[in-house]
Design a protein around this ligand. Sequence first.
Ligand SMILES: [Zn+2]
Length: 83
Amino acid sequence: MGCISSARKASPLISLETFRAIQERLKGRKKGESERTVNDEDFPLRGLIHCAKCGKRVGGGWSKGNGGGYYAYYFCQNRRCDR
Ligand SMILES: [Zn+2]
């Protein structure tokens, strides 16, 4: 009887199916959230600021720095603008 009681204690609180369902939900939610929040956090000014030269909206992107790392930068979306 001691074995049965200890086995009950060791059993997980949720079933394997529930665990998998939660994992899938977390995976899907995490993916959707990261796609949105990454843009917002990395380029908070994208779509909000305008080019000082031509007035067009400014986009955001990543550029590789001299040190090998990447840094965020903003660029004018007007191709004819030399800024
Ligand atoms: Zn411009």
